[in-house]
Design a protein around this ligand. Structure first.
Ligand code: VAH
Length: 326
């Protein structure tokens, strides 16, 4: 990989993946592309940035040509909860955008990273120790686009030889960007609530168990997968990967070990609860471990410690900037 394009670079994964890739491959070789959200200073000051609507094939191909791209990290997507509110837009962006990225990759000989999700599973899937290969009948538009995306990626790999690789990512926990409309957003919002108000009102039931991962583990998984030797990648579109599985109650208890007075109450969102209930409790990620050496580094204890420490610094800096700003 030498010249990288990241779509959705202003999102939760993209904003951190861009910085990590720029450190690894050189700032000038990593082109960040956003559309809806405004890029933050880090992103614009650390390397090239351009605006791309992934539904616009000409704009996408012009960027691939102009920047001599050889690898596309395609992160632009509508997340699960927003997708249920806007299913037509979700299909346009999640499927239409992916198809245009795959066409650009086919025409210009690029490799592609595709972020699939635990959302590809649904009713009928074994939700405990969910296998790499199993029943996949998602009943959310988000899950349908991610499953169709996996199949389309496999088609472009086998039919046109495009080097595409993907991960079925769990809920991702990070402190750098605010949550973007996903079902697992509670696992990020809870830390803001704990540090700013000492409390949080959770939109999922306290016993809702889901796979989760701290963002640095996700970033490392993407980079290790994209550098792995292609011949070993049998299940390339896409690998189950997870780092931990917990419930809101368990995460709250972990936070109370640092903030004893933290309290949580519940106002369950039926839409996001129904989505969460259709997703795995915990996946079997042994295939990723076997085919390209996946290994998580952060469990719930380390993630909670890291999130509270980094978010406290971020919030203090925002408060300072707010007080200083005339
Ligand atoms: C969502 N955070 O909730 C995303 C992710 C597995 C969850 O795909 O939609």
């Amino acid at each position: 990989m030498k010249r990288l394009l990241i779509t959705g670079a202003t999102g939760q994964i993209g904003s951190e993946l861009t910085i990590a890739l720029r450190r690894a491959y050189g700032e000038a070789n990593v082109i960040a592309a956003g559309h809806r959200r405004q890029p933050d200073a880090d992103l614009v000051q650390s390397g090239p940035y351009c605006t791309i609507d992934v539904r616009d094939a000409d704009c996408l191909q012009e960027a691939v040509r102009r920047y001599r791209i050889d690898t596309i990290f395609h992160l632009a997507s509508v997340l699960s909860a927003v997708a249920e509110q806007k299913p037509q837009l979700a299909w346009e962006i999640n499927m239409g955008g992916l198809h245009k990225v795959l066409e650009a990759a086919r025409q210009f000989g690029c490799a592609v990273f595709f972020p699939s999700s635990i959302g590809v599973f649904g009713p009928g899937t074994p939700l405990e120790n969910t296998p790499q290969v199993t029943v996949q009948r998602p009943n959310t538009i988000y899950g349908i686009t991610k499953l169709a995306g996996e199949l389309l990626c496999d088609y472009y790999h086998h039919r046109f030889g495009v080097d595409i690789r993907g991960l079925r990512l769990p809920g991702l926990i990070s402190y750098k960007t605010p949550p973007g409309g996903g079902t697992t957003d509670y696992a990020v919002e809870i830390f803001y609530g704990a540090l700013t108000e000492g409390r949080y009102c959770c939109f999922l039931k306290g016993n809702t168990r889901l796979d989760m991962m701290y963002m640095p583990d996700a970033i490392r998984a993407v980079m290790v997968l994209m550098e792995a030797g292609g011949k070993n990648l049998i299940h390339r579109n896409a690998y189950n990967v997870t780092a931990m599985s917990f419930t809101p109650e368990e995460l709250a208890a972990q936070i109370r070990r640092s903030i004893p007075d933290f309290t949580m109450d519940y106002d369950v969102d039926p839409v996001r609860q129904a989505i969460a209930d259709s997703w795995p409790r915990y996946m079997d990620d042994s295939t990723a471990r076997a085919e390209w050496g996946w290994e998580p580094h952060f469990d719930i204890v380390a993630t909670t410690r890291e999130m509270l420490a980094h978010l406290a610094v971020k919030l203090a800096r925002q408060k300072e900037d707010h007080n200083v700003t005339p």
